[in-house]
Design a protein around this ligand. Structure first.
Ligand SMILES: *Cc1c(COP(=O)(O)O)cnc(C)c1O
Length: 466
């Protein structure tokens, strides 16, 4: 049998060989589902197998089903990559097999979350008193922030939602933007507040919630509302005017949740910080770490101003068996899960490896590169940029050609770019149109990557024209 040391040495080789090649490998995967299922599946083996053989086989069969998302030219969705320090810390977290549930299970995993809380609130310009939950990503960040808001608003109305649930509860109005991310609605669906019973506030041409429209919606309500705004529209990157929205929500007695999955990181840059003005006024803020902070999946943050509401919404402890007060943080009080991988180590390593200046530089560089892409593509005939490129997101539309309308032309260009493999971009719907979305969020992307990718997109567009 292989020793653990031999096994991990081989794993180290496989991982570093992959990472050494990730810059030049084709970005998207052309794997066929059935073929991959055939290669990786088959009958469940009866007998144990040697771990070394398993790892070698897994690496060989998974190979063509891998997408080069840690590489510099995957611009699809909003992804990010993995900083070396964060990857290394994540390896250790798995090797140490720490359960981040509580202090008794892992003092180190507990303390590292408190360190992350202190550093992150400072970097994002949030109140140093805000509580932090390290969740699996933006979706759970939204879920947890909205759960805290649900608790607080119903408690003020004399209702204990954790004990009594929502049956017979006082009315709790929920207000979103018409541009709120789908995971806001997914969170509302899981919280028993319904995806469809919300009021959606109109947004402007960049996708920013209109403060005047919010004011008139709230003035028509008879009880305080749970309001969802966003810092960073998933398509355009635009920011809701939070400094205007927050006083409107608070004057009406409501709770303001801000989905800042990727956009909140603008607060870490002195040059871009203005975009997030008012973020510090939010009652809860959700931020992704596995996107722009470039830590491994799955990792995100939720910050809550009313710490008691955060705990009440997430606690596992019934009031009658609350443990004796302790100075130590109990991580599980701030997240939906009990047992958890110790994600705080990768967060700590990412923040240490970048430092305050490096994080600002990362956010500014990606934003500069997004502009570079937009300028380059806009210079081509038949190509239009639809958004103000204020951050890292670019929306591209291709003029109709050869009997194809604009939607079909845009879809055809996207398909060709994906086939080509130099870079990867996806499509999205913007104001009823099919558009190409380019998101620059990876720490390793360079100007040369942008230029190569822009060339590939231009080539694809002219091939569609032929
Ligand atoms: C990605 C994203 C989410 C969801 O985050 P996950 O980490 O994928 O769960 C929510 N809101 C916005 C604006 C996003 O970009």
């Amino acid at each position: 049998m292989t020793t653990t040391k031999q096994l991990l040495a081989r794993t180290y080789d496989l991982a570093t060989t992959y990472l050494d090649g990730v810059r030049e490998r084709r970005v998207g995967s052309l794997a066929d589902y059935e073929a991959l299922l055939g290669a990786m599946g088959g009958a469940l083996p009866n007998a144990p197998a040697d771990p070394l053989a398993i790892i070698n086989e897994l690496a060989a069969t998974a190979e063509r089903g891998l997408v080069a998302t840690p590489g510099p030219r995957h611009f699809g969705f909003v992804l990010g990559g993995v900083l070396p320090a964060a990857l290394a810390a994540d390896w250790l977290a798995s090797a140490w097999d720490q359960n981040a549930f509580s202090f008794v299970l892992s003092p180190a995993a507990t303390v590292v979350e408190e360190v992350a809380r202190q550093w992150l609130t400072e970097l994002l310009g949030l109140s140093p008193e805000m509580s932090l939950g390290i969740v699996t990503g933006g979706t759970m960040g939204n879920f947890t922030g909205l759960a805290a808001g649900r608790h607080a608003l119903l408690a003020r109305a004399g209702w204990d939602v954790e004990e009594q649930g929502l049956f017979g509860a006082p009315e709790l109005p929920v207000v979103t933007s018409e541009e709120s991310h789908i995971t806001i609605f997914a969170s509302l669906q899981m919280l028993g507040m319904g995806r469809a019973r919300v009021t959606r506030v109109a947004a402007d041409e960049q996708g920013r919630m209109r403060a005047d429209a919010l004011r008139s919606v709230l003035s028509g309500l008879s009880s305080p509302a749970l309001v969802c705004a966003q810092a960073g529209n998933v398509n355009s990157g635009a920011f809701d005017p939070i400094a205007e929205i927050a006083p409107i929500v608070h004057d009406a007695g409501g709770w303001l949740h801000v989905d800042g999955a990727f956009g909140a990181w603008a607060a870490a840059s002195p040059r871009l910080k203005g975009l997030t003005a008012g973020l510090e006024l939010a009652d809860s803020v959700s931020v992704d770490a596995h996107k722009w902070l470039n830590v491994p999946y799955d990792c995100g943050f939720v910050f809550v101003r009313d710490v008691a509401a955060h705990r009440a919404a997430m606690t596992l402890e019934a009031p009658y068996y609350a443990p004796a007060p302790s100075v130590a943080r109990a991580n599980h009080n701030f997240v939906p899960e009990a047992s958890r991988r110790a994600r705080g180590f990768a967060v700590y390593a990412a923040l240490r490896s970048l430092g305050r200046d490096g994080l600002a530089e990362l956010v500014e560089r990606c934003s500069r590169l997004a502009k570079r892409m937009a300028v380059r593509l806009a210079a081509e005939p038949g190509v239009r940029i639809l958004n103000d490129v204020v951050l890292n997101q670019v929306l591209v539309r291709f003029d109709a050609r050869d009997g194809l309308d604009e939607d079909a032309t845009t879809a055809a260009v996207i398909r060709r770019v994906q086939q080509d493999g130099t870079c990867w971009v996806g499509g999205t719907t913007w104001k009823g149109m099919h558009v190409m979305r380019v998101s620059v969020s990876n720490w390793s992307t360079t100007e040369e990557d942008i230029d190569r990718s822009a060339d590939a997109i231009v080539r694809a567009a002219s091939a569609v024209a032929d």
